[in-house]
Design a protein around this ligand. Structure first.
Ligand SMILES: [Zn+2]
Length: 66
């Protein structure tokens, strides 16, 4: 995958959760409860999300599963 900012090749990899599931929560929420998108789940056997990394821009891009 090409970086949309600098057009260099991005490195494929994974973002692993540690103890708790990773969650994306919109900025207007002050706390991560009752909203957002759960990205990982050990119970569902997906303790990571796949993401591409651009070392030049320090950007991560991930296509989320439905
Ligand atoms: Zn880049």
């Amino acid at each position: 995958m090409k970086c949309p900012y600098c057009n260099k090749n991005m490195k494929p990899g994974k973002i692993w959760q540690d103890r708790y599931a990773l969650k994306w929560v919109p900025s207007e929420r002050r706390f991560p409860f009752g909203g957002g998108i759960r990205l990982t789940s050990i119970i569902e056997d997906r303790p990571f999300i796949e993401a591409y990394y651009c070392d030049n821009c320090k950007i991560l891009i991930s296509k989320l599963k439905e």
